[in-house]
Structure formats: structure tokens, C-alpha cells
Design a protein around this ligand. Structure first.
Ligand code: IVH
Length: 672
């Protein structure tokens, strides 16, 4: 029994409609019917085909899935080799490419280029004969690939039949494109696989490749794959003049083309395009690894020809890779705000994602063991977007046997306390509550205005530097590198350079500032000045004993004892040596006895709480200053206690600096 002609007509019509709506949906991204209406058309077609199986053709939209699993893939040789592209990473390399093209062609004027995002998936070839998809294959080695027709047919955006409403399909079309998986779909797939205990895909590209190279097309059908087409192999029965025309005609035939493709006259436009794409890259639903710049004219392409593996008429202008290989030079420890002691990899500086990095946290001892990271290892490091760098894995095959395993020390690298690790926790902690904040305070004091005056090194940055293990000792600041700062959150090249400059400038200082910066107990700015004037050199001060110090006007026994015991400690002597070795030098320090408050006059008003008025006066006098009883324009400072009298008012009126008791004591620290 034959098929009634009206059924044949209806089936033909349904297939055309479905193909058209697929095209509206996948290629134009503007469907004109709802999903339900589309499903209804598909159901009607399926029902008719069930009743009249003899009507089924391989290009029917119902025939995407259904091929049985194969034993292995057959090989397919590409009539025109599927070449790869030369890479460029810098503007310079792209300009060179443009110059090469012009020189080769003997053309002086600007070249027209087609511009396309470089999809990070896998290349395939789709062969259409008179509009019908007859074969699909992977790129393979460029000359022979695998026949994955059954799998490619399951990818909905790939038309099984070309649309011919506007342009007739050619006798033969070898269309090339990139199969890929969207980032979100990749994540969903991996989530499911994790739940099912299946191995995870490393990235969307691997997921796409793994899904396409499945022996069972049903598996491929269950994976959300997509395609963008960008080129041709052999074409018979249609003539293209430009790459741009290929892309536009593809769209008309229902082959999906990346909506971001562009065209430019002159290479400058390609560089702008790269910048634009770089900016929107994070918001794209799929991964791209650069742009492809192609000479637009096919005639010029032909004249330029190809080299062994890549054409002369195209170049991939890639983004800086987010991963790189480098070597672990050492594993240091950083102490965090909560006392957590974290191992940090110090690496040979390497450019990742456009930024040079040299450090990456290794999180904890267990993590190092799990990844089997050793000192001396070559490792893959990555930095995605603004995320802090991380060590992905060691390249075990590059080991020489000289690598050293990391052993977690038992004591704190900053204060020497015994570290503790609570049961069930992965981190070791320093139990000394003073340890981290103390180092932050030391460092901030060292950098403060009255001390070494390092602009930009406040408590926040000090915390960051210590937490990252960049600074474990004040002297470490002179070893900070650009790449260290770039591995911290919130640093851009400019701010990092400013801080490095400020640190460098601080090396030229005065002895008094340096002594104050060391943070010796009882040695405030004034005492530091007295000491600097008296001794004139650091050596002389370091060799002085308590008696020598007590003999100095303005230095009491307590201060003297504090100084002597500070310089006695090996740790402190080492710090001083390291600071000097780093290049700290003193200038303009006349040796003499000019007292620090010489020429300054003080007036007190109100009740002082921690010392008697007489004691306060003595402090001033000891330091060479004078104490007055009335406020005048000549008064240098008015010190205000509780319930101040009219002197306070007058000081304010005359604009004379007013000091609180604390400020007074701070200023004259050690002056008893
Ligand atoms: S053109 C001779 N265009 O990049 C020209 N390739 O390194 C060869 N790719 O194997 C390819 N997006 O997998 C071209 N818009 C694009 C592309 C693209 C991604 C991939 C393709 C190719 C590889 C070349």
C-alpha cells in the first residue's frame, strides 16, 4: 500500500517547518513559535513517520538519535587539510603578521580582515551533499579524523538539511566549525558526574571532546553540545569571494555562526576587536581563547597560501593563558590573623593571565601531600580572573630526584611558639595571641610617618603582606618584588609600583628615625633623637652599656635598661644587620648634644592624671625645653589636663598647638 500523496505532502511540509524553526531558534536566536508549538510539529511528524516508516529519510529532523553504538570510529581523510593557526600574544606580533601579509602580497594599502572569536572546543567537518548532511568528522591530525557522523547528528544546532529559502544549497559543501559546551552546561554535567561518582572533566573543551567521541550516540545526545561554523573545505556549485560572505551565507543555510564575528579595514581594527572581546570574555556563556584574524578576500588567501601546518592568511591572537608552568623554589610559611600557619609556594616568577606571579598559597600540609607537591618541582599554576594564584599539580615526569618533600615545622616562623593542630582540623596554628598582631604593629610602626615614613604601608597592607607570607620579619619588606604584590588582592601595577618606590625611598633615613622605627620599648621620637645626637652612629650606641646611657641627659635608668636589653638579643641584632644589609643608610646626623626640645616652650593647664605638674615640667626641662605660666604667641605647645582654665581658650584663639596628656607623654617618651 502506497503512502497517500497528501500525507507525503504534509510530511515534507512538516520537515521544512521544523528545519526553519530550528534555524530561527539556533541560528537567528529569534524563534517565532513557542517550545510547545514546536513540540507539537515534531510529534505530528513522528506519528506520521511511525505509520509510514517508508517515508523516513536520514535528513528527517526525527532522525538525530537512534544509530546503534559502534565498535570503533572509522577514519575519514579530509580532502583539504584542516590546518592549525599560528599564535600571537602581543600587539607587536599582530602588527608583524599584518606587515608580513602586505609584504608577501606586495600591497601597501590596508588589508581587510574578518574577525572571529576563537572558540575553545574541537574542530569538526560537516559534509553536505545537495543540502543533506552526509558525513561529519573530527579534525584528527588535520589530514585524517574520525567519522563521528552519528554523534554530530544528535547535536540540535547542526542542521541535518540546509535551508534553501534564500540561497540554494551547493552540490557539495564541506563546512568547518567548532563543537563546544557552554560553561554552565559543563558545570551542570560535572555536578551530575560528581553525584554519580564518575570522573570529572577538566574543562568545557574536554567535556565537549569526550562527549563527541562517544561510541554510543545516545550518550552524545544527552550532552548539551553546540557549534559555531567558521570555514570551508571543498565547495562545489557555489562561489564565495570572501570569508565574510562564507559566514553570512552559512547563516542563511542554517549553519550557526558566532554572533560576535566582525570585519575591519586595517589591522588596527583587529587590535581594538581583541580588546573589546577581552573585556566581555568573562560574561560570554562559552570559553574562547583568543580571536582569529583572517584575510577577508579568498583571492588574497589563495595568493598567500599555506605553510606546513598553518595558513599565511590567518593568525590566532590569543589571550594570555590562565595557566603556566614554573618551578617551586621554596615553601615558606605565613602566619595569618587567626594564627593559622599556611605554607606558601615561592616560585620562579611566571606570567599567568597577563600578570607575573611568584607566590601561591598551598593551603595546608594535607593539601601539599594530596597534590604531592615538592620543593624543586615544576608545577602548573593558574590564575583565573581576579582569583589568587594556585598550584594545580606538579609535573611528575619532570622530576630529577633532587626534589625535597615539605616538612611542616613544629614552631611558629614568626614568634617561635610551638604550633598546635586541633583534631579534625587541617591547619596548624600559632597559639601565641600576640604573634600576628604584634608583627602587624611592628611593621606598621616601622613604616609610620615619624619612623621610616613608607607611604601606603598601613595596617591593612601590613596584614596582607604577613598573611601571604611575604613578610615574616620587618626586614623582609626590602625583598618585596612586584610579582609578590601582584599576587595580593587589590594591587594593580601602579599601586604596587608606588609602594615599592616608597619602600626604596625609606632606605635613606636618619639614625633617629631608624632608632625610633625599631620599636624599642621606651624609645619614642624624642629619645631616639637624643640617642642619635649623643652617639652619632649605630655602632656606638650598640656598644654602649647601661651606665653610658644613664649618663645622658634625658635618659633614665628604665630607658637605658630597655635599650641595652633590646640590643643584647640575638634576634634583634640580626634584624638590624638585615636592615643595614638591605641598604638602609643614615644621613645628616650631626653628632652633638642639642637637646630635642631646645627652643620649645610649654604651658600646662588643668590637672594631669598620671604625673604631677612638677614631674611634667622636669621632663620638658630635661629635654632642653622651657615651661611658661602664661600663654603667648611665643608658646610652642599648651598641654591640657582635666578641667582646663582660660589658658586653653587662649591657646585655641591664638592657634597654638594643644596637646593632650597622652600626646605630651608620647612626644617626650623616655624623657624622664
Ligand atoms: S580557522 C586555517 N576560525 O582553532 C584556519 N579556527 O588553531 C583554521 N578555532 O583547529 C581554522 N575558532 O579548532 C578558525 N573562528 C575560528 C576558530 C578556529 C576556533 C580552532 C579550530 C582550529 C584551531 C586552529
Amino acid at each position: 500500500m502506497g503512502v497517500p500523496p497528501e500525507v507525503l505532502e504534509r510530511i515534507k511540509r512538516l520537515r521544512e517547518e521544523i528545519n526553519y524553526h530550528n534555524y530561527r531558534y539556533y541560528v537567528l536566536d529569534s524563534p517565532v513559535i513557542s517550545d510547545e508549538e514546536f513540540d507539537a510539529l515534531m510529534n505530528e511528524l513522528r506519528n506520521l513517520e511511525d505509520r509510514y516508516p517508508e517515508t523516513i529519510t536520514p535528513d528527517s529532523p526525527t532522525q538525530r538519535v537512534g544509530a546503534p553504538p559502534s565498535e570503533r570510529f572509522n577514519t575519514v581523510s579530509h580532502r583539504v587539510p584542516m590546518l592549525s593557526l599560528d599564535d600571537a600574544f602581543t600587539e607587536r606580533e599582530v602588527l608583524d603578521f599584518d606587515e608580513r601579509v602586505k609584504r608577501f602580497l606586495g600591497i601597501d594599502s590596508e588589508i581587510e580582515y574578518s574577525l572571529e572569536p576563537k572558540m575553545d572546543g574541537l574542530a569538526v567537518e560537516l559534509i553536505y551533499e545537495r543540502g543533506m548532511l552526509v558525513q561529519g568528522s573530527t579534525r584528527g591530525d588535520g589530514y585524517t579524523g574520525e567519522d563521528v557522523t552519528a554523534n554530530l547528528r544528535t547535536i540540535k544546532p547542526i542542521p541535518l538539511r540546509l535551508i534553501e529559502r534564500q540561497v540554494k544549497a551547493p552540490v557539495l559543501l564541506e563546512a568547518r566549525g567548532e563543537v563546544f559546551m557552554n560553561k554552565k552546561d559543563f558545570e551542570r554535567l560535572n555536578r551530575e558526574r560528581r553525584e554519580n561518582g564518575e570522573p570529572l572533566f577538566a574543562n568545557p573543551r574536554n567535556a565537549a571532546a569526550g562527549s563527541l567521541r562517544q561510541l554510543d550516540p545516545n550518550v552524545t545526545a544527552s550532552r548539551p553540545l553546540d557549534i559555531f561554523c567558521y570555514g570551508v573545505g571543498v565547495v562545489e556549485g557555489h562561489e564565495f569571494k570572501t570569508q565574510w560572505e562564507i559566514l553570512q551565507t552559512f547563516k542563511r543555510w542554517g549553519l550557526r555562526v558566532n554572533p560576535m564575528v566582525g570585519k575591519t579595514h586595517g589591522i588596527k581594527g583587529a587590535i581594538d576587536y581583541h580588546q573589546r572581546i577581552t573585556k566581555i570574555r568573562p560574561s560570554l556563556p562559552y570559553e574562547i581563547d583568543g580571536i582569529v584574524i583572517k584575510v577577508n578576500s579568498l583571492e588574497l588567501q589563495r595568493r598567500l597560501g599555506t605553510k606546513a601546518r598553518s595558513p599565511r592568511w590567518a593568525i590566532a591572537y590569543k589571550f594570555e593563558p590562565a595557566q603556566a608552568v614554573t618551578r617551586i623554589l621554596d615553601i615558606l610559611l605565613s602566619v595569618g590573623r587567626t594564627g593559622a600557619v599556611t605554607p606558601v609556594a615561592v616560585m620562579e616568577p611566571v606570567k599567568v593571565g597577563g600578570v607575573v606571579i611568584s607566590r601561591a598559597t598551598l593551603h595546608n600540609e594535607d593539601e601539599i601531600r594530596r597534590k604531592d607537591i615538592r620543593i624543586g618541582d615544576y608545577v602548573i599554576v593558574q590564575r583565573a580572573g581576579d582569583v589568587i594564584p594556585e598550584v594545580v599539580k606538579p609535573l611528575v615526569e619532570r622530576r630529577t630526584g633532587q626534589e625535597k618533600r615539605f616538612v611542616m615545622p613544629k614552631t611558629c616562623p614568626v614568634c617561635g611558639s610551638q604550633l598546635v593542630r586541633k583534631p579534625g582540623e587541617a591547619v596548624w596554628r600559632c597559639p601565641n595571641p600576640d604573634c600576628f598582631p604584634r608583627l602587624v604593629r611592628q611593621l606598621t610602626h616601622y613604616a609610620s610617618k615619624g619612623a621610616m615614613d613608607i607611604e601606603g604601608l598601613g595596617p591593612k597592607i601590613a596584614e596582607q603582606l604577613i598573611s601571604a607570607g611575604i613578610v615574616r620579619n620587618v626586614a623582609d619588606i626590602y625583598r618585596i618584588k612586584m610579582s609578590d604584590l601582584m599576587s595580593l588582592e587589590g594591587f594593580a601595577e601602579k599601586s604596587a609600583q608606588n609602594l615599592l618606590d616608597a619602600i626604596e625611598r625609606s632606605k635613606k633615613t636618619s639614625l633617629a628615625r631608624f632608632l625610633y622605627a625599631l620599636g624599642i620599648r621606651h624609645v619614642g621620637e624624642v629619645t631616639a633623637q637624643i640617642l642619635a645626637r649623643h652617639f652619632g652612629s649605630l655602632d656606638a650606641l650598640m656598644n654602649a652599656d647601661a651606665e653610658d646611657l644613664r649618663d645622658i641627659d634625658g635618659i633614665g635608668p628604665e630607658v637605658a635598661a630597655s635599650i641595652v636589653s633590646w640590643f643584647k638579643e640575638e634576634r634583634n641584632r640580626r634584624l638590624v644587620k638585615r636592615l643595614l644589609d638591605a641598604g638602609v643608610t643614615f644621613t645628616g646626623e650631626p653628632k652633638g648634644r642639642k637637646p630635642p626640645l631646645e627652643g620649645k616652650s610649654f604651658v600646662f593647664t588643668g590637672a594631669l592624671s598620671s604625673l604631677k605638674r612638677e614631674e611634667a615640667k622636669k621632663i620638658v626641662q630635661n629635654l632642653g625645653g622651657q615651661v611658661g605660666s602664661t600663654v603667648s604667641r611665643k608658646t610652642s605647645y599648651v598641654v591640657v589636663g582635666e578641667n582646663p582654665g582660660s589658658k586653653y581658650e587662649k591657646a585655641r584663639r591664638l592657634g597654638i598647638p594643644v596637646l593632650s596628656e597622652e600626646e605630651f607623654l608620647e612626644m617626650t617618651k623616655g624623657g624622664t
